[in-house]
Design a protein around this ligand. Structure first.
Ligand SMILES: Cc1cc2nc3c(=O)[nH]c(=O)nc-3n(C[C@H](O)[C@H](O)[C@H](O)COP(=O)(O)OP(=O)(O)OC[C@H]3O[C@@H](n4cnc5c(N)ncnc54)[C@H](O)[C@@H]3O)c2cc1C
Length: 429
C-alpha cells in the first residue's frame, strides 16, 4: 500500500477550495494541505468583480442549504473575506412597487471589491494560507480523481498520481465537464441539475438609477426569473470562453476608478428538466452553440428598440442617434428571437416589463440585451452525507458540484466539507 503524501488535497483555489483550506488550517494547523489549480490565480468571481452577498438564499443552492445552516457559516466567511458592506437607500419605495406586480426585492447585505482590486484580496488570502503552511501547485491541471483500495488521490497532468487521506474537488462552473467525467468514472450517482439561461442587460445608469441606491438589486420575478450580478460604476459586459462557444457575463471596477456611466445585470430563468430528462446542462450547451452559430462565432446583442419593432439589430444601425451609448462588449448585432427558445424569451420579456415599471427607464430603446448568459453546473452528485462526501474519502463542493451559486455560498460549502473531514478524522489528526 502506498502511503499518502498529503493529509488533504484540494482541487481548485476558488472560494469553495479556499473556504475548506482556511477552516482546515485554522482548526488543525498540523494538517498537510495541497491546493492545486490549473490557473495562476483563482478564477471566477473572486477575480472578477467580487461582489459578496451575505444574506441567505443568495449564492446558496436550494436543496443543500437551510437558512440556519447558511447563517451559521456566513460569519465565518465574513471573517476571512473582511467585506466593506454597502449602504442601501430608498428600498421601501422599490419594494412597494415590486410587490404590486408580484415581484420580490430582496434586502441583501452586500460588499463589492471590483475587478481592479480583487487580485489584492486574492493575494492576501493566498499569503495567509501559505503562512499557515498550505502548499500550492498552480498552473497544473488535475485530469482525474480516484478513491481506490489504497485510498484517494488525484492525477495531475505531467506529474502523475498524488495521494492524500482526503480529497476535496472544487473546480467551479468551468470545471463542470471535468466533474461530470470524474463522477461517471468513479460510479458516483448523480441527478440532473438546474440550469440558468438568460440575457445580460446593459444600459446607462440614468436608465437604471436604482444602482445608485442598491448596488446589486436582487429581484425575484414570476416564472423563476431573477436579476443577478448587477454591475455599475465602471461596468463592462465581457465574454467567457468555453470549448466551442462563448457566453456573456459582466463585471465592474472598484469605486476608486472613474465611472463609464453604464450598468449591466443578468436576467436569468432557472430551468429544471423533468420527465423525460436527458441533461439540462447539455441543453444549455446546445442553446449556447446555436446562439454562437447565428452570431458567426460570437454571442448576440439586440437593442430593446429593435426588439420591440420585431426587427434585428445590425452593425450599421446599432449606433444610431437614439442609441446613446456604445456597447461595452462588441459581439454580433442580430435577432435574439432566432436563438432564445420562445418560452424563455416570453418569461424574460415579461420580467423586463415589470422591471421597467419598478425602475422606469430600463426599457429605453438604447438598452442592449446580450445573449446567451448561461450558468451551467455539473449534474448534482448524490451526496453521502451533509458534508458533500461522494465516496469514502472524496468530497465535491462549490458551483460545479451544485452546492453553491456565488462566492459566499461556495466558501461556506468548502467549510462544510472541511467540517466533515475534521469530525470524521478527529482521532487520526
Ligand atoms: C466573470 C464572473 C464574474 C462573477 N462575479 C461574481 C460576483 O461578483 N459575485 C459572486 O458571488 N459570484 C460571482 N461569480 C460566480 C462565482 O465566481 C462563483 O460562484 C464562485 O467562484 C464559485 O466558487 P468555486 O470555488 O466553486 O469555483 P471557482 O471560483 O470557479 O474556482 C474553481 C477553480 O478550480 C480550478 N479548476 C477547475 N478545473 C480544474 C482542474 N481540472 N484542475 C485544476 N484546477 C481546476 C479553476 O481554475 C478555478 O480557479 C462570477 C463568475 C464569473 C465567471
Amino acid at each position: 500500500m502506498s502511503s499518502p503524501v498529503y493529509d488533504i488535497i484540494i482541487v481548485g483555489t476558488g472560494p469553495a477550495g479556499l473556504g475548506a483550506a482556511f477552516h482546515l488550517a485554522e482548526q488543525t494547523p498540523s494538517l498537510s494541505i495541497l491546493m492545486i489549480d490549473r490557473e495562476k490565480i483563482c478564477s471566477g468571481g473572486l477575480l472578477n468583480d467580487c461582489k459578496q452577498n451575505y444574506t441567505y438564499p443568495i449564492g446558496f443552492a436550494a436543496g443543500n442549504w437551510t437558512r440556519e445552516e447558511a447563517e451559521r457559516l456566513l460569519p465565518q466567511v465574513e471573517k476571512w473575506l473582511q467585506p466593506a458592506v454597502k449602504e442601501k437607500q430608498n428600498l421601501d419605495i422599490y419594494r412597494r412597487r415590486a410587490e404590486r406586480l408580484g415581484v420580490t426585492l430582496l434586502d441583501v447585505r452586500q460588499a463589492h471589491v471590483g475587478t481592479d482590486r480583487s487580485r489584492v484580496l486574492i493575494q492576501r488570502l493566498l499569503d495567509e494560507l501559505r503562512r499557515r503552511g498550505v502548499q500550492f501547485m498552480l498552473q497544473k491541471e488535475v485530469t482525474d480523481v480516484f478513491d481506490d483500495t489504497e485510498g484517494p488521490g488525484v492525477v495531475i497532468a505531467d506529474t502523475g498520481k498524488v495521494r492524500a487521506r482526503k480529497v476535496i474537488v472544487a473546480p467551479g462552473r468551468k470545471g463542470f465537464s471535468f466533474l461530470q467525467q470524474v463522477m461517471e468514472r468513479m460510479g458516483i450517482t448523480y441527478i440532473d441539475n438546474v440550469v440558468d439561461v438568460g440575457i445580460r442587460v446593459e444600459t446607462s445608469v440614468g436608465n437604471y438609477p436604482i444602482v445608485n441606491d442598491y448596488y446589486d438589486p436582487k429581484f425575484l420575478f414570476p416564472d423563476a426569473v431573477r436579476t443577478f450580478c448587477t454591475n455599475s460604476g465602471h461596468a463592462r459586459v465581457v465574454l467567457e470562453r468555453y470549448q466551442g462557444f462563448s457566453l456573456v457575463n459582466g463585471h465592474a471596477l472598484s469605486e476608486e476608478q472613474t465611472g463609464n456611466n453604464l450598468a449591466n445585470f443578468a436576467l436569468l430563468k432557472t430551468i429544471g428538466l423533468k420527465n423525460p430528462v436527458r441533461s439540462g446542462q447539455q441543453m444549455a450547451v446546445f442553446l449556447a452553440r446555436l446562439a454562437n452559430e447565428i452570431g458567426g462565432g460570437k454571442p448576440l446583442m439586440q437593442r430593446v428598440g429593435d426588439f420591440r419593432m420585431g426587427k434585428r439589430s445590425t452593425a450599421e444601425t446599432f449606433n444610431e442617434d437614439l442609441y446613446d451609448f456604445p456597447p461595452s462588449c462588441p459581439v454580433t448585432a442580430g435577432d435574439l428571437g432566432l436563438a432564445v427558445p420562445a418560452k424563455i424569451m416570453r418569461h424574460l420579456w415579461a420580467a423586463m416589463k415589470k422591471l421597467d415599471t419598478i425602475v422606469p427607464g430600463v426599457l429605453h430603446p438604447s438598452t442592449i440585451m446580450y445573449y446567451p448568459e448561461i450558468k451551467m453546473y455539473a449534474n448534482k452528485p448524490a451526496f453521502l452525507d451533509s458534508h458533500f462526501r461522494v465516496s469514502a474519502n472524496v468530497y465535491m463542493v462549490g458551483d460545479g458540484a451544485g452546492t453553491s451559486r456565488g462566492i459566499t455560498g461556495a466558501w461556506a460549502s468548502g467549510i462544510r466539507s472541511a467540517e466533515g473531514i475534521l469530525s470524521e478524522q478527529q482521532d487520526q489528526y
